[in-house]
Design a protein around this ligand. Structure first.
Ligand code: AMP
Length: 420
C-alpha cells in the first residue's frame, strides 16, 4: 500500500458512484443550456486580487480559506474559491459589456477552500455557476432563480427550500448598517463577535449560536429599510417568481459569505443534509464589476454545489442515473471468437450503441459476471462451436432467454435489439 492518499478534505469520485455525480452535474446545467446561456471556461487560478477585491477582504473565504501561492515568476495567484469573480474578470477583460446585454453565461468546475472538512464541506468541490450580466431587471433575477429551481426539480428533489431576501443597495444599506451597528453595540457579545459587528455587522445576523440569536429578535432588518427603488425591485422579483411558479420563504436575516451581493439575495437549503444544508445560493451583485476595475454594470447569478446536491439526491433516495452502463456485452470463448468480439464491439460503438467485451483470460464464469456488472441488457455469447455453426447466441440478461443468430445478421440484430 502506498502512503500517498488524496489530500485532506478532498476525495476521489469513482465508478459506479461517479455516474451519479455526473448525472447531477449535467442535470443542474441542462436548464442553463436550454435557456440560451453561453458556456465559459476560465482558469482555476487567478491573480489573487480578483478574489481579494471581488469577494471581499473581510470575508472568511478571502481572509482564511484561500489557497494562495507565489508562482516562479513572483506573482501571487489563488486557486479559485468560487467561480463568479473569475467570470466577471473575463467579462471585463474581453469587454463583453460592449455587446448585446444581458450577457448570459454558465460554467461548472472545481473550487477550492481551506475549510475544516466535514460531511458536505470539502477543500475541493464542484460548483455550477450561472451569471446574467449587464441588465438590472427584476425579471432577470426571477429567471436566474427559476433556472436553479428547475435543475433541482429535474433531479426530482422535493425537500429543498428557497430562502429569499433583499440586501438593498448603496442608496439604503449604509443608513441601515448604522442602525444595525448601533443595535449590536448594545448587546452582550464576546470580543470576536463584537469585532465582526464593526467590520461586517450584517454577518452577525447570521450567527447560528442560540445565545447570539436570542438577542437578535428585535434587530432592525434590511427589508424594513429598503429605499423606494430597491423595494419596488424586490416586489417585482417576487411577482415574477410567482408567475414562474416558484415558491420561497422570506429570510430577512439571510447573509451570504461573499461581500458583493446587493438587492436580491437567495439561498437554497435542503432538509436532509444536517449542518451543511446550503445546496446553492446567489444574488445580485451590482458593485462587483466596478470593484474589479470594470464599468459600473449589474449582475445576477448563483452557484450551486454539485457535491452537496448529490448528497441531497442520496438523502431523498433518488435514482438519477439513466444509463449506468453499456447496452450490449460480448462474451467470446476462444481465440477466434475473440476476434469476432473485438470487431463487433467496434462496429456497435461506431453505430452509436454502447458496447463492451472482456479483456484478459476470464473464462465463461468470469465473463458472464462482467456482463452482468456492465449494465448491459443483452449479451452476445460466442464459442468455437457456434462459430463452426455460423451463429452466435444473443442472450437477454434480464430474462435469461437466448437464441442463435446467424453471424451475417448479428450486428444488425444486436443494434436493433438494444439500440431502440
Ligand atoms: P458559496 O459560493 O459559498 O455561496 O457556495 C455556493 C454553494 O457551493 C453552496 O451552497 C454549497 O452547495 C457549495 N459549497 C460551498 N463551499 C463548499 C465546500 N467547502 N464544500 C462543498 N460544497 C461547498
Amino acid at each position: 500500500m502506498s502512503d500517498l492518499t488524496a489530500p485532506k478534505g478532498t476525495f476521489d469520485t469513482l465508478p459506479p458512484a461517479s455516474a451519479q455525480f455526473r448525472a447531477v452535474r449535467d442535470t443542474l446545467t441542462a436548464p442553463l443550456r436550454r435557456a440560451g446561456y453561453g458556456y465559459v471556461e476560465t482558469p482555476v487560478f487567478e491573480d489573487t486580487a480578483v478574489f481579494a477585491r471581488g469577494v471581499g477582504e473581510s470575508t472568511d473565504v478571502v481572509s482564511k480559506e484561500m489557497y494562495t501561492f507565489t508562482d516562479r515568476g513572483g506573482r501571487s495567484l489563488t486557486l479559485r474559491p468560487e467561480l463568479t469573480a473569475g467570470l466577471m474578470r473575463a467579462f471585463i477583460e474581453h469587454r463583453l459589456y460592449s455587446g448585446a446585454l444581458p450577457v448570459k453565461l454558465w460554467t461548472v468546475g472545481s473550487a477550492f477552500r481551506y475549510e475544516r472538512p466535514q460531511a458536505g464541506r470539502y477543500r475541493h468541490f464542484t460548483q455550477v455557476d450561472c451569471e446574467a450580466l449587464g441588465v438590472d431587471d427584476p425579471a432577470l433575477d426571477a429567471e436566474v432563480v427559476a433556472l436553479a429551481v428547475q435543475g433541482f426539480r429535474d433531479l426530482g428533489l422535493a425537500d429543498f427550500e428557497l430562502l429569499l431576501t433583499s440586501l438593498g443597495d448603496s442608496t439604503c444599506r449604509p443608513q441601515y448598517r448604522e442602525l444595525l451597528v448601533d443595535f449590536l453595540a448594545k448587546l452582550d457579545l464576546d470580543e470576536e463577535t463584537r469585532r465582526r459587528a464593526e467590520i461586517n455587522p450584517l454577518r452577525v445576523l447570521d450567527d447560528k449560536r442560540p445565545e447570539v440569536q436570542a438577542q437578535l429578535d428585535d434587530a432592525p432588518l434590511m427589508v424594513d429599510h429598503l429605499s423606494d427603488s430597491t423595494k419596488a425591485h424586490y416586489d417585482a422579483v417576487r411577482e415574477y417568481l410567482t408567475d414562474l411558479g416558484v415558491t420561497w420563504t422570506e429570510a430577512p436575516k439571510l447573509v451570504r459569505g461573499l461581500d458583493y451581493y446587493t438587492k436580491t439575495t437567495f439561498e437554497f437549503v435542503h432538509s436532509g443534509l444536517g449542518a451543511q444544508s446550503a445546496i446553492g445560493g446567489g444574488g445580485r451583485y451590482d458593485g462587483l464589476s466596478a470593484a474589479l476595475g470594470g464599468p459600473d454594470v449589474s449582475g445576477i447569478g448563483y452557484a450551486v454545489g454539485v457535491d452537496r446536491t448529490l448528497l441531497a439526491v442520496q438523502a431523498e433516495g433518488l435514482d438519477v442515473v439513466a444509463d449506468a452502463g453499456v447496452q450490449a456485452f460480448v462474451v467470446p470463448l476462444g481465440a477466434e471468437a475473440k476476434k469476432l468480439a473485438v470487431r463487433l464491439v467496434g462496429q456497435l460503438r461506431q453505430a452509436g450503441v454502447s458496447a463492451d467485451t472482456v479483456y484478459g483470460d476470464r473464462g465463461l464464469k468470469g465473463a458472464m459476471k462482467a456482463a452482468d456488472r456492465s449494465g448491459a441488457t443483452h449479451a452476445v455469447v460466442v464459442g468455437d462451436r457456434d462459430l463452426a455453426d455460423g451463429v452466435a447466441q444473443l442472450r437477454d440478461l434480464r430474462t435469461g432467454e437466448q437464441s442463435a443468430v446467424p453471424l451475417a445478421e448479428l450486428f444488425e440484430r444486436v443494434r436493433a435489439t438494444v439500440g431502440a
